[in-house]
Design a protein around this ligand. Structure first.
Ligand SMILES: Cc1cc2nc3c(=O)[nH]c(=O)nc-3n(C[C@H](O)[C@H](O)[C@H](O)COP(=O)(O)OP(=O)(O)OC[C@H]3O[C@@H](n4cnc5c(N)ncnc54)[C@H](O)[C@@H]3O)c2cc1C
Length: 299
């Protein structure tokens, strides 16, 4: 089935936008700030939390990165008065990492400043393994001034447990996910069970340590297993939350977690870059084609 997904993903690159839209649409909350605010209101009215991502990555000029910075600042102003828990997630290559580290630091500092003013959190998403060190460094530099900053570790990377131990602190808000990029067997687990086991180890280590765990997965085996462990160990609900991507069908699982009084945060991407983003995602992980077709057939 993998060859079929890979073939479809390659073909979509050459398809017109209208043909790719169905693969992106369920997972993207429109193109404008107004579009995404409507979605966030629905999410919050249902008792969930949200984190918003402006789609895009790997900008190639300082001007583009500054436009992105300004959009993030406007987004913070737009969510200031939302009556609920809403944070922002962003990628360093969207803020100009391909141009220079100083540029990213300048852009990120301006966004963190805005986040402080409106008292809303930030998560720095984790990109491919070549960017792990710089992402963790940027996290350390920005968290020193603002404790509502978080970042991400990927369970497929061998290094993640050491990284976690190195950054653990009471301020740490750490999203744990499996990891979306293709990484070599020299640095990353390739086997599903090994990735799951490392995911569980990372979450348990974090919860036995000092930080807050943001458990980002749709995998029912992982969710059930961590839910049981959290209950058996009577972990306080302010030490963890579950996170899922907008649009992924979850049955009534999210409502069940919410009804226990636990935080469930939905990651909501939006923006004009949905086409490039979707095609890149699909090529990086052709399995998504299978998810979309599978979910489409389930509905
Ligand atoms: C909130 C959140 C934030 C994330 N942030 C990052 C990040 O910063 N860096 C990073 O590398 N990765 C990130 N990811 C992606 C993550 O690393 C995985 O690639 C992705 O979540 C799939 O793994 P899974 O744990 O859901 O398990 P899987 O076993 O891959 O998926 C379980 C089931 O969920 C459904 N599903 C999973 N993903 C999708 C999808 N995209 N579209 C439709 N259905 C899907 C499918 O039905 C699948 O069978 C994030 C994921 C989430 C939920």
């Amino acid at each position: 089935m993998d060859w079929f997904n890979t073939m479809l993903a390659s073909m979509l690159t050459y398809c017109p936008r209208w043909m790719t839209r169905p693969f992106a649409q369920p997972y993207v909350a429109g193109e404008t700030i107004e579009d995404v605010l409507g979605t966030i209101e629905d999410i919050i009215n249902q008792g969930f939390s949200a984190t918003i991502d402006i789609l895009g990555e790997h900008v190639q000029t300082a001007e583009e990165s500054q436009t992105v910075r300004d959009k993030y600042c406007r987004l913070y102003e737009a969510i200031e008065n939302i009556n609920g828990d809403c944070t922002i997630s962003l990628k360093l290559t969207h803020l100009g990492l391909d141009v220079s580290e100083n540029l990213v630091l300048e852009n990120l500092s301006a966004i963190v400043q805005k986040a402080r003013e409106v008292s809303r959190g930030i998560t720095i998403d984790m990109e491919d393994s070549e960017l792990t060190d710089i992402t963790l460094n940027m996290y350390k530099k920005t968290v020193a001034g603002f404790n509502q900053t978080g970042t991400v570790l990927q369970a497929y990377l061998f290094r993640s447990l050491d990284d976690l131990k190195a950054i653990d602190s009471p301020q740490l808000k750490l999203r744990i996910c499996k990891g979306i990029y293709r990484e070599s067997s020299e640095i990353a687990f390739q086997n599903k069970d090994e990735i799951r086991n490392n995911f569980i180890t990372l979450v348990q280590t974090l919860l036995k340590g000092q930080g807050t765990a943001q458990i980002a997965t749709h995998d029912p085996i992982l969710m059930d297993s961590l839910e049981t462990w959290i209950e058996e160990n009577q972990i306080s609900p302010d030490r963890f939350e579950f996170q899922v991507l907008y649009g992924v069908p979850m049955g009534n699982k999210l409502e069940k977690l919410r009804d226990k009084g636990w935080t469930v945060r939905i990651y909501v991407p939006f923006g004009e870059q949905w086409f490039d983003y979707s095609v890149r995602r699909l090529k990086e992980n052709p399995q998504i084609i299978g998810y979309v077709l599978g979910n489409f057939l389930k509905n």
